[in-house]
Design a protein around this ligand. Structure first.
Ligand SMILES: Cc1ncc(COP(=O)(O)O)c(C=O)c1O
Length: 369
C-alpha cells in the first residue's frame, strides 16, 4: 500500500465541479489581477480570522516581507524569531534589510519559547515573528505581554495555522499583522502561490496594499518603492471554494490526530502536544522519536511518505554563517531537528490508511527499530 504525505487529487475530486465553475467564471471575466474575487476573498479571510482587514499578496513569504515593510522594519533593526521553522520566516527578515535574532523553542510544542524571547532582547530589536508551527498557535498571551512591555511589533507567521485558535481567538488576530500562505500543500491551498496579510489596523493594511502594487496608490505615482506582489483572481476563486470546506477539513485532521495519539503514544514515541487554551489544526502531525532516521527509512521503504520538517535549524544554515551562531546555541531546536517526523494527516486519508500507518509504526518498534 502506497500512502502519500498529502493527496491533493483526493481533495480536488469532490469539489471539482464547484472549483472548475469558479475558475471558468474568472476566465470568462478576463479579470485576472486584483479583481472582485480577490476583494471577496480578502473580506472572507478578514472575517474568518477575526483580524478585520486582509490584503491578498503573491505568497506567504511576501506576506511576511510586506508586513515587516509596512511596520517600518528595515536596516539596523533586529527581529526575533524561532530557529525551528521554514526558511521563509527568517528570509523575510533578511530581505527587508533587518537581522534575524533567534530564540529557542519550547521542546513540547516546538513553538518559540517566550522566556527565550526575553533573553534575546536588545536595543535594536523592533519586532517578533512567532511562527504557529505545524498548525497550533504559539503562546500568544505571553508574547503579546512581552511585546507590549518592550514596545515590539508582532507579525504572526500563520502560514501553517489558518483556523487555529488560542483562547478563543484565531491565528492572525493577535499581533500587528498576520501572514498567511496559500501554497498548494497548506491547509487552505490554492492552485499555485498565494498569500495574505491580515491586520486589525486599517492604516497598516492600506500600506500593504500600496506596497503590493509598486508602492503606488494612484496609477503611475509611486510614494515608495514596493513590489509586484498581487494575488491572482484564479487563486482567489479556488480559495473561496475551499474556504467553505476548511473547518470540516480541520475537524477531520483533528479526528485523525486523535486516532494517532491513542495508538502511537509509547515510550519510543512522543505524540504532539496541544498547548493549553489552543486548538491544533494539524497542518502536520509530528511525532518525535530517538531513532527517527531509521523509522523514517522504514516507513518510506514500506511505501508510507513521512517527512522531516525541518532537518536543519535556521541558525545553522550556510547563508547565516555570518550571524555567528554555532551548534549548541539552541538545544531544543537542534534536538527537534534530529527527532521530529511528520506522518500523513490529510483529510482524505482513509481509516484503512490510518490503520496501516499505525500498524507499520508498531511493526518497526516490535522489530526493535
Ligand atoms: C512557517 C512558514 N512560513 C512561511 C512560509 C512561506 O510561504 P510561501 O511558500 O507561500 O511563500 C511557509 C510555507 O511555505 C511556512 O511554512
Amino acid at each position: 500500500m502506497k500512502i502519500p504525505l498529502l493527496d491533493l487529487k483526493a481533495q480536488y475530486k469532490p469539489i471539482k465541479q464547484e472549483i472548475d465553475e469558479a475558475v471558468a467564471s474568472v476566465v470568462d471575466s478576463q479579470h485576472f489581477i486584483l479583481s472582485e474575487e480577490v476583494t471577496a476573498l480578502e473580506e472572507e479571510i478578514a472575517a474568518y480570522t477575526g483580524a478585520g482587514h486582509a490584503v491578498g499578496v503573491a505568497s506567504g513569504t511576501d506576506a511576511l516581507i510586506l508586513a515587516l515593510r509596512a511596520l517600518g522594519v528595515g536596516k539596523k533593526d533586529a527581529v526575533i524569531t524561532t530557529p525551528f521553522t521554514f526558511f521563509a520566516t527568517a528570509e523575510a527578515i533578511s530581505v527587508v534589510g533587518a537581522t534575524p535574532v533567534f530564540a529557542d523553542i519550547d521542546p513540547e510544542t516546538y513553538n518559540i519559547d517566550p522566556d527565550k524571547i526575553e533573553e534575546m532582547l536588545r536595543d535594536t530589536v523592533k519586532a517578533v515573528i512567532p511562527v504557529h508551527l505545524y498548525g497550533q498557535c504559539a503562546d500568544m498571551d505571553r508574547i503579546m505581554d512581552i511585546s507590549k512591555k518592550y514596545d515590539l511589533k508582532v507579525v504572526e507567521d500563520c502560514a501553517q495555522a489558518i483556523g487555529a485558535a488560542y483562547k478563543g481567538r484565531k491565528a492572525g488576530s493577535f499581533g500587528e499583522a498576520g501572514a498567511f500562505s496559500f501554497f498548494p500543500s497548506k491547509n487552505l491551498g490554492g492552485f499555485g502561490d498565494g498569500g495574505m496579510v491580515v491586520s486589525s489596523d486599517a492604516g497598516l493594511t492600506e500600506r500593504v496594499k500600496r506596497l503590493r502594487v509598486h508602492g503606488s496608490q494612484r496609477q503611475y505615482v509611486h510614494t515608495e518603492v514596493g513590489y509586484n506582489s498581487r494575488l491572482d483572481s484564479i487563486q482567489a476563486a479556488v480559495l473561496r471554494v475551499k474556504l467553505k470546506k476548511l473547518d470540516s477539513w480541520l475537524d477531520r485532521r483533528r479526528a485523525i490526530a486523535r486516532r494517532y495519539d491513542e495508538a502511537l503514544s509509547s515510550p519510543g514515541i512522543t505524540t504532539p502536544k496541544t498547548a493549553e487554551g489552543g486548538t491544533h489544526t494539524y497542518h502536520q502531525y509530528t511525532i518525535a522519536a530517538h531513532d527517527r532516521d531509521s523509522l523514517l527509512k522504514y516507513l518510506n521503504d514500506k511505501g508510507i511518505s513521512a517527512r522531516v520538517y525541518y532537518p536543519v535549524p535556521l541558525h545553522l544554515q550556510p547563508c547565516y554563517k555570518d550571524l555567528g551562531y554555532k551548534e549548541g546555541d539552541f538545544p531544543a531546536a537542534e534536538k527537534a531537528s534530529k527527532e521530529v517526523l511528520s506522518l500523513p494527516v490529510y483529510p482524505g486519508l482513509s481509516d484503512e490508511n490510518i490503520d496501516h500507518i499505525i500498524q507499520t509504526v508498531r511493526d518497526f518498534h516490535r522489530q526493535g527499530g
